[in-house]
Design a protein around this ligand. Structure first.
Ligand code: BMA
Length: 313
């Protein structure tokens, strides 16, 4: 259901204006105003510390203008929770606040947690700091409130056992509660048995919020990251309407199978094309480069209906 773009990988570390190790797991948004696509790419430098760097393209496919220097750096003085870098941003436009929300992993001395910053323009940021304590990652906001509360999807990591996708609510984007499991990892031999985590921010469709998620299976050769989907109720996103039984996107091409961390496809951002149906999904490939895959929202929802299996066993 997702077709890789023939120009893949669309962004590689060699193209960066300054020396880096890898460029992957980008947040994505279509900018208000000119409609260009902005990627906030996770860039790992040669110390191993990640920052975010923006790349902008008119059509979201080619001629990327990469910032000449890091766009958002971890600031270990002002924000000690960013000691070992900032990673894997997910971007949501919040019409009510007229700001973009950037939710990212802050790698603190206590482990990775979820941080939130608001920005009107990707130049200045209002940092809310770490809003979900370690270990927690793979988080994004919904674009609007439900019953007066903002909702965030995230993935806390328990000390033992499987890691599930959770949803939490906040009246002010700072204080979070009403935590509950939204999508549990399956069990046994399932492709999404050990860990699941949000991929891109939820995508609104007429039938519900489309939730892409990665499932991780441990094998003798290491972890395998693959992508599946679920559909959440539009007005009550704690309600899962459908969950696909199978994954539909997995490491296959050379650049997805070989890299710093092989056998990983890790989508973190998507935008819609002008037709309102074609999805452009951006993903990290083998923790090294950025890939683009395209599909139809309608087709994916249709597939979910036919392949629905809400069970975990
Ligand atoms: C996850 C995150 C991602 C990474 C993936 C595969 O836990 O840390 O940033 O892409 O593992 O290594």
């Amino acid at each position: 259901m997702l077709r890789r773009h023939p120009d893949n990988p669309i962004l590689t570390p060699e193209r960066w204006p300054y020396p880096i190790n890898s460029a992957f797991n980008p947040g994505a948004i279509r900018l208000n105003g000119n409609g260009h696509v902005l990627l906030l790419v996770r860039v790992e430098d040669r110390r191993g510390i990640s920052h975010l760097c923006s790349a902008i393209s008119e059509d979201g496919v080619k001629e990327w203008q990469i910032d000449n220097e890091p766009t958002l750096m971890p600031d270990r003085e002002a924000r000690p929770e960013e000691l070992w870098g900032i990673e894997d941003p997910r971007i949501t436009w919040l019409p009510e606040l007229r700001q973009y929300a950037v939710v990212y992993t802050a790698f603190s001395e206590g482990g990775p947690g979820v941080s939130l910053a608001l920005t009107p323009d990707f130049c200045t940021y209002d940092h809310h700091g770490m809003v979900m304590s370690p270990d927690d990652k793979d988080a994004a906001l919904f674009p609007r409130k439900f019953g007066g509360h903002w909702a965030m999807i995230h993935r806390p990591m328990p000390a033992s056992g499987s890691a599930h996708i959770w949803i939490s609510f906040s009246p002010d984007l700072r204080h979070w509660g009403s935590h509950r499991i939204l999508l549990p990892a399956r069990r046994g031999a399932w492709w999404d048995a050990r860990k699941v985590g949000l991929s891109t921010p939820p995508v609104e469709t007429p039938e519900g919020w489309l939730l892409f998620y990665h499932g991780v299976r441990n094998t003798a050769a290491g972890s395998l990251y693959r992508v599946g989907a679920a559909l959440l109720d539009l007005d009550n996103p704690v309600k899962v309407i459908y969950r696909g039984s199978e994954w539909f996107f997995c490491p296959h091409e050379g650049y997805e199978r070989v890299g710093d961390v092989g056998d990983v496809v890790f989508p973190t951002g998507c935008v819609l094309d002008g037709d309102g149906d074609t999805l452009l999904m951006y993903y990290g490939a083998a923790d090294t480069t950025v890939g683009l895959a395209m599909g139809s929202l309608k087709e994916i929802v249709c597939w979910l209906k036919k392949n629905n299996y809400p069970g975990t066993t």
